[in-house]
Design a protein around this ligand. Structure first.
Ligand code: NA7
Length: 558
C-alpha cells in the first residue's frame, strides 16, 4: 500500500537541542493557522518573548494541509481575511469571491512576509505535552524534537479541523492502489486521467473533490453515506472597481461583520417563514438560489428552530436536485432526507449535481449498499467489489476537540484535559478552563467555532487574551483562571440556548457523531458571534470578576 503524506521540507529553526536547558518564554503559541499567526503578531507587538509551534511545514493550518483538487473557502474571501491591519487590507487584492486554496495560501504567505511571522515559528514540530508547573507558575511545553520550553502563558490555536479521520472500515492496510487523504494531500500534482478513482465521503470536502475530478478521471465512484445539502456557490471574478470600493469601505464592512450573528456580511432576514405567503416564500428562495453562497440560510429568521419551515426549504433544495440530475434514481439518492437542512454544515458547489450526469461518474449509495471492507484492489460493498486505482478519503475530522486531546495537556494537581473533558469539552467562553491557569484557547469548542467566521472569532479571542495579559501585567498578577462557577454558568448557557436548535437533530462533526466513543452533544455557543463578543467583553469588565488571579503565591481576587 502506498499511503501518501505531504512532503514537508523541514525548515531551519533555532530550537535548543535535546538536553539543553528549557528556553524561557512569555508565550507559547501552538498552531500556525489564522489564529496562531495573529496571536504571534499580537504578542510580539506587546513586546513579549514568543514561540510558535506548527506541525505542518509552513503556516496556513487547514489550508496548508488541504491541497486537494477543488479546495476553496465557502465564505466570501473579503470576509475570510484579517481585519486587524488596515495596511494589509489595502495591500492585498482578492481575485475571486470565494478564493481557492492556492490563493488562500498566497494570502497567508503575504501576511507572514509582511509581518515577519515565520521567524517566530518552528515548523514540522508537534507539541507532545504541555504541563502546568504549580510551584513556578508556568507551562512546560515539550515538542516531538525533544525540546522543552517554559512559558508564563500557553495559547492553544490548534483549530477546530486539524485531525483528519480515517473511516471505520476494515482492511485499509490491505489496499495496494494509491490511497490519498484530502486533509493530507501531496504537494505535487496528482493526475486522475484514465484512472478508476473512488471517493469516500460527501461532506464539503468530498463535494469539492467530486465536481473537480469527475471530468478528469477515467471512472469516478462516489461512496455516499449521508447526502449533503449543497447550494450554488456562484463564484465570480472580482472586478477591480468593486475591489477598489471594498478597500475604501473596509471599516464599515468589518463593523457590519462584527455586529452579525455569523461574523460575516451575508444577508440576514427579519421575516419568519410562515409570515409571508407561499408565493413570496418561493420567490425569496428562488432569489437566494440565484444569488448563491449561503444566502438561503439568511432567507428567514426561523430556519434553525422551526422544523416545519426548515422542511419547506429542504424540499425546495430537493426539487432543485431533481431538476439537475438526469437519472431519477441517482437524483433520489442524492436528495438528503431525515435531517434538517443547515443542521449539518451546508455545502456550496459549482457543478456537483451536474457531475452525476456524466457517464463516467457513478454514485454508490452506502445506505442501501454499505461498504464492508477495503480489499487489495479496491472497496467491497455488500453488492460486490469495486476495483479502484486510487481511493480518496474525504471522511472528515475529529473536530473541535481532536487537536487539543491529541497530546497531553496537564493542569493543576496533575489533572489531564482528557479527564476534565471526558463527558465533553467544558470551558468558560471557549477561552479558558478552571484548573488550567494561564492556558488560553482560540476558536475553542464552547465558543461559536464552526458556526461563525473563524477569522473573526480568532481575532476576538486573541484580542481578549492580549487584554487579559495586559491587565495582569498592569496589576502585578501572575496567574489567571476562571472560577468553576463561571465555567458552569457558561456551559449552562451554551446547553440551554442550543436546546431549540435543529442542529441537535442531525448527526455531524458539530455534535461529535462522526467519531466513535466521542461524547455526543452540541457544545458550541449558538447565540451568534455578536453576542459571543459581548459575553467576552463583559467578562473583562470591572476587574474580571469571573476569574481568580494569583499574585506570586497568594490567591487574590483582582
Ligand atoms: P464531513 O462534513 O464530516 O464529511 C465527512 C464525510 O465522510 C461524510 O459524508 C461522512 O458520511 C463520510 N464518511 C465518514 N466515514 C464514512 C464511512 N465509513 N463510509 C462512508 N462514508 C463515510 O467532513 P468534510 O471534510 O467534508 O468537511 C468538514 C468541514 O470542512 C465542513 O463542515 C466545513 O466546515 C469545512 P456520514 O455523514 O458520516 O454518513
Amino acid at each position: 500500500m502506498s499511503t501518501e503524506r505531504s512532503n514537508d521540507t523541514p525548515q531551519q529553526h533555532t530550537a535548543p537541542g535535546a538536553g539543553n536547558a528549557p528556553k524561557r518564554l512569555d508565550v507559547v503559541v501552538v498552531g500556525g493557522g489564522f489564529g496562531g499567526m495573529y496571536a504571534i503578531y499580537k504578542f510580539r507587538e506587546m513586546g513579549l518573548r514568543i514561540q510558535g509551534f506548527e506541525a505542518g511545514g509552513d503556516l496556513g493550518g487547514v489550508w496548508y494541509w488541504n491541497r486537494y483538487p477543488g479546495a476553496r473557502v465557502d465564505l466570501p474571501s473579503i470576509d475570510y481575511s484579517y481585519s486587524f491591519s488596515p495596511e494589509i487590507e489595502q495591500e492585498w487584492t482578492w481575485s475571486e469571491q470565494f478564493a481557492a486554496q492556492p490563493e488562500l495560501l498566497a494570502y497567508i504567505d503575504f501576511v507572514a512576509k509582511r509581518l515577519s511571522l515565520r521567524e517566530h515559528f518552528q515548523f514540522n514540530t508537534r507539541v507532545t505535552s504541555a504541563a502546568w508547573d504549580e510551584a513556578r507558575q508556568l507551562w512546560t511545553v515539550i515538542t516531538d524534537r525533544g525540546d522543552a520550553y517554559e512559558a508564563s502563558y500557553c495559547i492553544m490555536a490548534t483549530g477546530p479541523l486539524s485531525i483528519p479521520k480515517d473511516p471505520e472500515i476494515p482492511g485499509i492496510e490491505r489496499y495496494t492502489g494509491r490511497l490519498l487523504r484530502a486533509g493530507k494531500w501531496p504537494h505535487e500534482p496528482v493526475s486522475f486521467a484514465g484512472l478508476r478513482v473512488g471517493v469516500i465521503g460527501t461532506g464539503s470536502t468530498g463535494i469539492q473533490i467530486v465536481q473537480e475530478i469527475g471530468p478528469q478521471a477515467g471512472e469516478l465512484f462516489v461512496f455516499q453515506r449521508t447526502p449533503s445539502f449543497t447550494m450554488p456557490m456562484r463564484n465570480e471574478t472580482l472586478e477591480p472597481d468593486y475591489v477598489a470600493e471594498v478597500k475604501r469601505h473596509y471599516a464599515g464592512i468589518r463593523e457590519a461583520a462584527r455586529n452579525s450573528a455569523v461574523g460575516g456580511v451575508r444577508p440576514q432576514s427579519t421575516r419568519a417563514f410562515f409570515s409571508v405567503t407561499p408565493n413570496q416564500r418561493r420567490r425569496l428562495l428562488d432569489d437566494a438560489w440565484k444569488n448563491g453562497g449561503l444566502a438561503m440560510l439568511g432567507t428567514f429568521t426561523d430556519l434553525m428552530v422551526n422544523a416545519e419551515a426548515n422542511e419547506h426549504v429542504a424540499e425546495f433544495v430537493r426539487g432543485k436536485i431533481g431538476e439537475v440530475v438526469n437519472d431519477p434514481d441517482t437524483a433520489e439518492k442524492l436528495k438528503p432526507r431525515g435531517y434538517p437542512i443547515f443542521a449539518r454544515r451546508p455545502c456550496l458547489d459549482s457543478s456537483y449535481y451536474e457531475t452525476y450526469n456524466r457517464p463516467n461518474v457513478h454514485l454508490v449509495d452506502c445506505f442501501s449498499d454499505p461498504i464492508l471492507e477495503f480489499t487489495e484492489k479496491g472497496i467491497r460493498t455488500q453488492s460486490g467489489e469495486v476495483e479502484l486505482d486510487m481511493i480518496i478519503l474525504a471522511t472528515g475530522y475529529d473536530g473541535l476537540t481532536g487537536a487539543l486531546l491529541a497530546f497531553d495537556v496537564i493542569g493543576r494537581q496533575g489533572r489531564k484535559l482528557n479527564e476534565k473533558w471526558q463527558d465533553g469539552p467544558r470551558s468558560y467562553l471557549g477561552l479558558m478552563m478552571e484548573g488550567f491557569p494561564n492556558l488560553f484557547m482560540t476558536t475553542g469548542p464552547n465558543g461559536p467555532a464552526a458556526l461563525a467566521n473563524i477569522i473573526r472569532i480568532s481575532e476576538n479571542d486573541v484580542d481578549w487574551i492580549a487584554a487579559a495579559i495586559t491587565h495582569m501585567d498592569n496589576n502585578g498578577l501572575s496567574t489567571i483562571e476562571p472560577t468553576r462557577k463561571a465555567e458552569d454558568g457558561w456551559m449552562d448557557l451554551v446547553f440551554r440556548i442550543c436546546q431549540r436548535s435543529l442542529i441537535l437533530k442531525a448527526k455531524s462533526w458539530w455534535v461529535g457523531a462522526n467519531v466513535k466513543d466521542k461524547p455526543q452533544g452540541l457544545t458550541l455557543f449558538t447565540g451568534g458571534f455578536q453576542k459571543y463578543q459581548e459575553h467576552c467583553a463583559a467578562a473583562a469588565q470591572n476587574g474580571y470578576p469571573a476569574f481568580v488571579f494569583d499574585r506570586a503565591k497568594e490567591a487574590v481576587a483582582a
